[in-house]
Design a protein around this ligand. Structure first.
Ligand code: FPP
Length: 242
């Protein structure tokens, strides 16, 4: 519940905002440039949004970078996106660590290329003790796929005699999902005018607020982020305090 200062008194751990970063392709098209140009511009905005989190009272930020459905895109676009993920991780790892970001990746890593998996593992390891802002990147992620993988793991545990079917609860599910240990999102923002959830955090968004904005992701920055929080009364107003 919000008190009069706008500080969410029941959220001592800070807000969780999840982003469906949509519209990179249309942004590039409007400039008569190839789609990867839009993804590059989008990656810069991703950096800006992550950097803005502590100032806006956001402790957890989750970013939908690549879905299980995105493999249907052209081979050229997939190759460009994977190269962009490798480049972005290499380029930002040290700064993210210095800023106190703990980075996690969710989704099925198995089909990703080995160099990318290595960079993901290294970044998780480098930042594992950080706690200023928790950045979760969904890469080859699908909500249904995550629930299926969790269900298979639970079935294996039952088979091994480690889990009682009658004891499976929402908490058990939480522990078996890729997002184990993370609070559910308070707000999901989707850019570019589409009002679908597209298989994003299917279990975790049962009680989330949703904001669908027409702004394309490469045009979305700190100002739009603050506006989205204000709209839902979620912004922690610290008036320069700690
Ligand atoms: C959706 O726009 C965007 C993506 C599928 C890629 C998102 C990735 C980034 C913004 C790079 C972020 C990098 C990291 C490491 C997190 P779209 O291509 O669907 O746009 P369209 O709907 O206009 O075609």
């Amino acid at each position: 519940m919000n008190d009069q200062s706008g500080i969410d008194s029941e959220k001592p751990n800070g807000l969780h905002v999840a982003f469906i970063m949509d519209g990179n392709g249309r942004w590039a098209k409007a400039r008569r440039r190839p789609r990867p140009f839009g993804h590059q511009a989008g990656a810069k905005r991703t950096r800006e949004v992550v950097e803005a989190c502590p100032d806006l009272g956001v402790k957890y930020v989750t970013l939908y970078a690549f879905s299980t459905e995105n493999w249907k895109r052209s081979r050229a676009e997939i190759t460009a996106l994977m190269a962009l993920f490798r480049y972005t991780i290499r380029k930002t790892a040290r700064d993210l660590h210095a800023e106190g970001a703990r980075v996690r990746f969710i989704g099925d890593r198995a089909p990703l290329d080995k160099k990318l998996i290595k960079l993901m593992n290294e970044l998780e390891e480098l930042t594992r003790d950080n706690d200023r802002v928790h950045v979760t990147v969904a890469l080859n992620y699908g909500g249904r796929d995550e629930i299926l993988r969790a269900t298979r793991k639970m079935a294996e545990a039952v088979k091994a005699g480690e889990l009682e079917p009658a004891e499976i609860s929402e908490d058990t599910m939480h522990d078996y999902l890729d997002t184990a240990g993370l609070p559910d999102p308070d707000l999901v923002v989707r850019t570019s005018g589409e009002s679908r959830t597209s298989n994003f955090l299917t279990w975790q968004t049962a009680y989330a607020e949703f904001e669908f904005t027409d702004t394309l992701w490469p045009d979305f920055g700190k100002e739009q982020f603050a506006e989205a929080l204000d709209k839902f009364g979620l912004r922690e107003r610290r008036y320069g305090g700690v």
